[in-house]
Design a protein around this ligand. Sequence first.
Ligand SMILES: Nc1ncnc2c1ncn2[C@@H]1O[C@H](COP(=O)(O)OP(=O)(O)O)[C@@H](O)[C@H]1O
Ligand SMILES: [Mg+2]
Length: 214
Amino acid sequence: MSPGVFITLEGIEGAGKSTVAAWLSQWLGERGLTVRLTREPGGTALAERVRRIVLERGSEQVSAEAETLLMFAARAIHLDNLVRPALAAGEWVLSDRFTDATRAYQGAGRGVEPQWIEALAERVHGDLAPQCTLLLDVPVKLGLARARARRGESDRIEAEAQAFFERVRTGYLALARREPQRIRLIEAAAPVESVREQVAAALQPWLTAAGVRT
Ligand SMILES: Nc1ncnc2c1ncn2[C@@H]1O[C@H](COP(=O)(O)OP(=O)(O)O)[C@@H](O)[C@H]1O
Ligand SMILES: [Mg+2]
């Protein structure tokens, strides 16, 4: 059996990751592929508990370093218990966020040293990278307006100011320039229909390899 395909979705709040993830998993499923839709931080019962710790708005301080370590702790659990077994079973794993989010949020957004993040990434999943990362890019104002319209209560990271998300967006765009083969830029301010077309086009090589006609 050929190993599955690991696809990640990235972008700031309100970019449309969850919207694309739900549509894409169904769309791939309808084309005969076995898809595992998951998210980070979280994705397994234990990793979702770490997610609650990292996102809750409590009275204690959570430093950028603590946040980074919690993200990688959740990631290690997620990889061992869900991502690696699913890929080994030939499934397509679709993850709403992965390590690029740590690079963009904790790195570019909070100023955590990139070398330290890369050392953790190498240690936790040096053998494994997404085949394709869909970076949904929107202006910060639009993303935040969409995210606000979606729900009232924001979590600890969503509560950050616009300047923080500007740094995160800039960080994501820098990653895309560095790894243009892996990270596909999706113009996500566009209507949903256009976003879907861009996503399907970006995945074409893997769809073709899997014998899926689009
Ligand atoms: N291309 C789009 N055009 C307009 N609205 C969108 C688009 N994509 C998503 N939305 C809406 O914006 C909000 C945030 O989308 P969501 O998928 O939850 O973003 P994310 O998961 O990246 O935070 C949702 O209410 C969703 O319906
Ligand atoms: Mg989401």
